[in-house]
Design a protein around this ligand. Structure first.
Ligand SMILES: Nc1ncnc2c1ncn2[C@@H]1O[C@H](COP(=O)(O)OP(=O)(O)OP(=O)(O)O)[C@@H](O)[C@H]1O
Ligand SMILES: [Mg+2]
Length: 472
């Protein structure tokens, strides 16, 4: 809250309103007056207030109706939960009480002494502050339960931990990059947590989960009542919900060009309007982004706007795949073992040395998430005290890392030739179109590779230059 609480005073009796307004200003409030319920709605649509005081009896729209509209029906641009104090003459106390049933915080009679009025207003404001704070504490609590420790002894993870700590006092935007399952969301939550007790909530949006532009935009911007068919109440968007906190935009590369443009504008202006609205609302949150694509590549190929790229890519943190920091496998495995043994109420199990070796040599294409899932299954399914290499296999770890043997035929079957063509192409791509390396990846001879390449007509521009013989 600002140092001077902003009050909207709604009162049709002009003389009384001006007098009370002046008094409240002398008591340190900022006061704006609306001479009637309808005028109040107009004022509320263009500015926000910390508190509303409304007369109960007014000719055009009375206090009770005003409260009902704000709280229940919603009005474009008007915050539904702003605290409201009813103002009554002594003979309308019953109505004032009815106002409280509709959600007013208190009622004051017009005969009250000035100190009494000020006290009641301060109480209402304090109540609201506590309510917001409670909501925030509840969020924090919920998050700290799901917030895992961030495990890792590799240089890369140590460095990232240090970066998280260094960034804790700054609200700079951060982008987290890395393959699926490396821990991008975990790092985003850690960044949010370390911002400390004054921060608002952690709000996340998965840009890939929302199929079309209008959905993602109404999710981010919110909408006014009646903005589109089905919008029967005002809804705050994630930009607003993340106020003073962090907005985590996950899988940012999946935004359409159109939504990318909209986001760019918000990042540039730091303001936005709800869909169907006109009021500019300030964005007051820290942005955290994540992607498992190479965003620079996406920009070069034109799928991601270059101007947005530079707005998003301010402070990148790259989390390497687990196979490039094998020293993290053991501590992670130990951590997940004790975590899941506790969760499933089992005595803590150990890994037999050969099982441990298997874990160390596995490629972990699903990264930490894959390791976590396998350990969870092991804890549930492995019968003995010690987890064996055989247990690993029966829980889905590849027999021989990097070789097939665990490919499971899907129920609907496969098209073997197509699969062969697919795998050959993938191997070539991964090997940078080097046929020898690609053949190694598939465990076949170069000759056999060469015959697949001809069979499926696979070719790469670079072969034209270097190996014209392949292009017969
Ligand atoms: N260093 C770590 N220490 C402990 N747990 C971790 C670590 N890294 C990842 N995890 C756990 O692994 C799982 C996957 O992590 P997370 O969801 O953060 O991955 P991600 O990079 O966001 O993946 P995706 O791109 O698929 O969304 C989570 O359960 C997370 O808690
Ligand atoms: Mg994620």
């Amino acid at each position: 809250m600002k140092d001077k609480p902003a009050i909207l005073l709604v009162e049709d009796d002009e003389a009384y309103a001006r007098r009370l307004g002046r008094n409240l200003e002398m008591d340190g409030f900022e006061v704006e007056i609306a001479f009637g319920g309808k005028a109040a709605l107009e004022t509320l649509a263009r500015a926000s207030f910390d508190l509303i005081i409304t007369d109960v009896k007014m000719p055009d729209l009375n206090g009770m109706d005003l409260i009902e509209i704000i709280r229940r029906e919603g009005h474009p641009g008007v915050e539904p939960d702003v605290p409201i104090v009813a103002l009554s003459s002594v003979n309308s106390v019953d109505t004032a009480v009815a106002c409280m049933k509709l959600g007013a915080a208190d009622y004051i009679t017009k005969e009250s002494e000035r100190p009494e009025i000020v006290l009641r207003l301060k109480k209402a404001l304090e109540q609201e502050r506590l309510r917001t704070e409670n909501r925030y504490l509840r969020d924090q609590l919920a998050q700290s339960n799901e917030f895992n420790e961030f495990i890792g002894e590799s240089e890369a993870i140590q460095r990232i931990k240090q970066e998280i700590a260094d960034l804790s006092r700054q609200a700079v935007s951060v982008i987290l990059m890395g393959e699926t399952g490396v821990g991008k969301e975990l790092v985003a939550r850690a960044l949010h947590h370390l911002r400390g007790a004054h921060a608002g909530p952690f709000v996340d949006v998965n840009c890939a989960a929302l199929p079309d532009d209008s959905l993602i935009q109404s999710e981010l911007f919110g909408h006014e009542k009646g903005a589109f068919t089905g919008a029967d109440a005002m809804r705050k968007g994630k930009f607003e919900l993340a106020e003073n906190g962090s907005l985590f935009l996950d899988e940012i590369s999946e935004l359409s060009r159109n939504s990318q443009g909209k986001l760019l504008k918000v990042l540039e202006n730091r303001t936005f309007t709800r869909l169907g609205g006109t009021r500019e609302i300030k964005v007051n949150c820290r942005f955290l982004f994540a992607t498992n694509k190479d965003l620079f590549q996406e920009t070069r190929s034109g799928r991601f706007r270059e101007d947005l790229y530079y707005r998003v890519n301010i402070y990148p943190i790259v989390i390497p795949p687990l196979r490039e920091r094998r020293e993290d496998i053991a501590p992670l495995a130990r951590f997940f073992l004790s975590f899941f043994c506790r969760r499933y109420n089992k005595p803590v199990k150990k890994l037999e040395p050969r099982a441990f070796d298997r874990l160390m040599s596995h490629p972990w294409l699903g990264n930490v998430r894959e390791l976590r899932n396998i350990i969870e299954r092991l804890v549930i399914r492995a019968p003995g005290e010690e987890i064996t290499a055989a247990d690993l296999v029966s829980c889905g770890l590849a027999l021989e890392p990097g070789r097939s043997g665990t490919v499971i035929l899907p129920p609907q079957g496969v098209h073997l030739d197509q699969l062969e063509e697919d795998l050959t192409r993938q191997a070539l791509e991964r090997a940078g179109w080097n046929q020898k390396k690609a053949a190694d990846l598939l465990g076949i001879s170069v000759d056999r590779m060469n015959s697949r390449v001809r069979k499926y007509g696979l070719t790469h521009p670079s072969w034209l230059k270097h190996k014209p013989s392949l292009n017969d």
